[in-house]
Design a binder for this molecule. Structure first.
Ligand code: FES
Ligand code: FES
Length: 228
């Protein structure tokens, strides 16, 4: 069963309450704390209603100094002052304290900075914040997957299947997986394998765990031979 069929129950995080704090527990704890902290900031923001006058008119020449823009992030309108050259990843991390998306290559290669723009996975290092604001895009970051501090089923599948080592690629993979599974709720095992071959890179080589996580979250049937 795909997480889409029953998002609350398809994938549950492991019950670690009776175990000593291991590496996986630590990652989960730190991830949950980060989400809770950033979520508090998000929830404290203004309600999401971005009006045309909240952003510079499209086509108007602005800069090089800072301009005020309003981004719609995780359901909230967030105002910030940035130079027009500032990318979305820098706006998120440096101006809004949303540090879940990681800046690694800064060159549209690794996928660590992946967020959703209107439901599609994008490299936020390749999008200007002012453009995202001007198009009134709905931006969702990894923090937005845990609005009440509860792991999203895809994140839970990553934890349960050891789909991370250093964790730098993890939020990008989770956001990319969400876009993929939202668009393809019932992929085949081969399709998941093929999809994992492009878009995001894990330098630690955790591909076996990554594949298991997407397979579990997607409710994918695993072929009898040659799979784990
Ligand atoms: S940091 Fe954006 S793709 Fe690597
Ligand atoms: S877990 Fe280290 S880069 Fe993927």
């Amino acid at each position: 069963m795909s997480y889409k069929d029953n998002p609350k129950e398809a994938v549950q995080p492991p019950d670690n309450s009776k175990r000593n704090l291991g590496r996986r527990d630590f990652v989960k704890l730190v991830g949950g704390t980060g989400a809770a902290i950033t979520t508090a900031g998000v929830l404290a923001g203004a309600p999401a209603a971005v009006e045309a006058q909240d952003n510079p008119p499209r086509g108007k020449i602005v800069g090089p100094g800072t301009v005020q823009i309003t981004l719609k992030i995780n359901g909230q309108a967030r105002k910030l002052n940035v130079e027009p050259r500032v990318t979305l990843i820098d706006a998120l991390r440096n101006h809004l304290d949303l540090t879940g998306a990681k800046k690694v290559c800064d060159r549209a290669t690794c996928g660590a900075c992946t967020v959703q723009l209107n439901g599609k996975a994008v490299y936020s290092c390749t999008v200007l914040a002012i453009d995202a604001a001007g198009m009134g895009a709905d931006i969702r970051t990894i923090e937005g997957l845990a609005p009440e501090g509860q792991l999203h089923p895809i994140s839970a599948a990553f934890v349960a299947n050891d789909a991370q080592q250093c964790g730098f690629c993890t939020s990008g993979f989770v956001m990319a997986s969400k876009s993929y599974l939202d668009a393809n709720p019932h992929p085949t095992y081969e399709e998941v394998q093929q999809w994992l071959g492009g878009g995001n890179i894990c330098r630690c080589g955790t591909y076996r765990g990554l594949r298991r996580a997407v397979v579990v979250a997607g409710g994918v049937s695993v072929p009898a031979e040659g799979a784990d």
